[in-house]
Design a protein around this ligand. Structure first.
Ligand SMILES: NC(=O)C1=CN([C@@H]2O[C@H](COP(=O)(O)OP(=O)(O)OC[C@H]3O[C@@H](n4cnc5c(N)ncnc54)[C@H](OP(=O)(O)O)[C@@H]3O)[C@@H](O)[C@H]2O)C=CC1
Ligand SMILES: CC(=O)N[C@@H](CCC(=O)OP(=O)(O)O)C(=O)O
Length: 342
């Protein structure tokens, strides 16, 4: 059994991790932290976990995380980087759901995240956990940077076209919409029901912190820098990301065949039949990314539609997928979930 610690068990990605780990046959939950609710039974805060998780929250200081085999950080940016060194030195593997280890250029990270990096030497060795791209490196990772939610949906949608060298790399466009749980559980005015329901808006147009992460990933696929416009939107739904991507083809290819070939055998990417329009509802609560590819009126613009659940393939589910790979388990263990519909 893999002994697991979760730092940040009271947040949305934290409770999603608990939902997945509680039914994972290879895992034993060892410690779940909360600073403010230490002492409370986890199942008292989250009755959905009654009969599944019998631990109480403990403070991070009391969690004895060094007794774990792996620790998930489901915490705000800037927390994992303070504790990862000590854990890794004690042989504990770290999976960070935040962005501390995602950007290889530390100066670039510091610019976008507005803080000084506490463990730049670990950034160099950290592995970016997008299994469809980095599966081999993930196996031996000691520090795993779990991708952001928008970056997961966007990168999986662009990947086959960029790897095949058929995309105009100077003008990639990603128009993405997220449910409100993407902003986390902490209280903020813009996520109040009366502020976020029955309305729709873009944000972060001049520059969102996922822009450098996506650009880095796409440049890695292309072998050179890419030009990307990324516009996130907040939609009045709880879960889900819908990314609409626009790519100009530089040569005539069978795009449907290209996507099907690239993702054949991938357990968590479903290339839908030509002409499909995937809904976020079709992946809700599951680790699946569903993709449809269009070429409107047979022109040279490809429109890719990519949907994920931001809390699962966009966070906790992908983190468990990465843990499975890191520990040599079947990659789908604990993740065989039929989406909730409606
Ligand atoms: N929501 C989403 O869809 C996605 C989120 N992410 C990333 O995952 C991380 C967690 O997000 P999310 O679950 O939404 O956030 P929440 O705000 O819902 O939860 C944050 C958690 O972190 C804990 N926490 C806060 N500060 C500290 C601290 N200084 N030390 C230890 N624990 C702390 C809180 O617990 P307590 O206060 O009880 O200690 C809480 O459990 C973030 O970095 C986010 O950017 C990534 C992809 C998608
Ligand atoms: C809807 C919403 O607010 N989404 C968040 C992104 C989700 C997230 O937490 O991503 P990171 O892990 O990279 O920080 C945002 O735009 O800030």
């Amino acid at each position: 059994m893999i002994k697991v610690g979760v730092v940040g068990g009271t947040g949305y990605t934290g409770v999603e991790l608990l939902r997945l780990l509680a039914r994972h046959p290879g895992v034993q939950l060892q410690a779940i932290t909360s600073r403010g609710d230490a002492g409370m039974a986890v199942a008292e805060m989250f009755p959905s976990l009654r009969g599944r998780v019998d631990l109480r929250f403990v403070t991070p200081a009391d969690a004895e995380l060094d007794r774990c085999d792996v620790v998930f950080f489901a915490t705000p940016n800037g927390i994992a980087m303070q504790q990862a060194r000590e854990l890794v030195d004690k042989g504990v593997r770290v999976i960070d759901l935040a962005a501390d280890f995602r950007i290889r250029d530390v100066a670039e990270w510091q610019k976008w995240y507005g803080m000084t990096h506490a463990a730049p030497e670990l950034v160099a060795e950290a592995v970016y956990g997008l299994p469809e791209r980095n599966r081999e490196q993930i196996r031996s990772a000691r520090v795993l940077a779990n991708p952001g939610c928008y970056p997961t949906a966007v990168q999986l949608g662009f990947l086959p076209l960029i790897e095949a060298g058929v995309a105009d790399l100077s003008h990639l466009v990603a128009d993405a919409k997220s449910g409100v749980s993407g902003a986390g559980r902490k209280a903020e005015v813009h996520t109040l029901f009366a502020e976020s329901a029955d309305t729709f808006k873009a944000y972060g147009v001049p520059g969102h912190r996922h822009l450098p992460e996506i650009r880095q990933g796409l440049a890695g696929m292309a072998g050179k820098a890419v030009g990307l416009t990324f516009v996130p939107h907040l939609t009045p739904m709880i879960r889900g990301i819908h990314a609409t991507l626009y790519v100009r083809l530089t040569q005539d290819v069978d795009v449907q065949g290209l996507f099907e070939a690239r993702y054949r055998g991938e357990p968590f990417v479903d290339v839908m039949p030509a002409g499909s329009h995937p809904e976020t509802r079709s992946v809700r609560a599951s680790n699946m990314c569903r993709i449809a590819v269009h070429r409107p009126q047979g022109g040279d613009i490809v429109v890719v539609l990519s949907v994920i659940d931001n809390l699962v393939k966009g966070a906790a589910g992908q983190a468990v997928q990465n843990m499975n790979i890191m520990f040599g388990l079947n990659e789908t263990l604990g993740l065989d979930i039929v989406p909730v519909s409606p």
